[in-house]
Design a protein around this ligand. Sequence first.
Ligand code: AMP
Ligand code: ZN
Length: 115
Amino acid sequence: MTTSSPDCLFCGIVAGDIPSTKVYEDEHAYAFADLNPQAPTHVLVVPRKHFSDVADLGRDPDAAAGLLAGIRGLVAQEGLEHFRTVLNTGAEVGQSVFHVHAHVLAGRPMGWPPG
Ligand code: AMP
Ligand code: ZN
């Protein structure tokens, strides 16, 4: 079974080939600091296995549950009770890396709707 995609930035980070600032990890998920933080806490949570976006991830319910469990593990570890979770899907709405990732943002007031 192929679990990583060649030339994928976040597969490289999960594998440890590309440096990152690890915040949390478990069996299914890896979480690291966003290079360009948009809030005092801005962490990306990714499944260890490659999926291009959240719709692709939904094809594998076990992996999808693993990503949610990873978010839960991260926020429990960091003591976050209030946070925003964003999964951009498609370049038009801001997805720039095509390995599904949940942005977890916290530490400042946030407006709605998002821009
Ligand atoms: P998106 O635009 O939703 O695809 O989110 C991609 C995010 O990845 C952006 O917030 C970038 O700042 C972040 N990013 C890109 N390269 C890296 C990297 N090498 N390490 C950490 N974050 C990164
Ligand atoms: Zn990948």
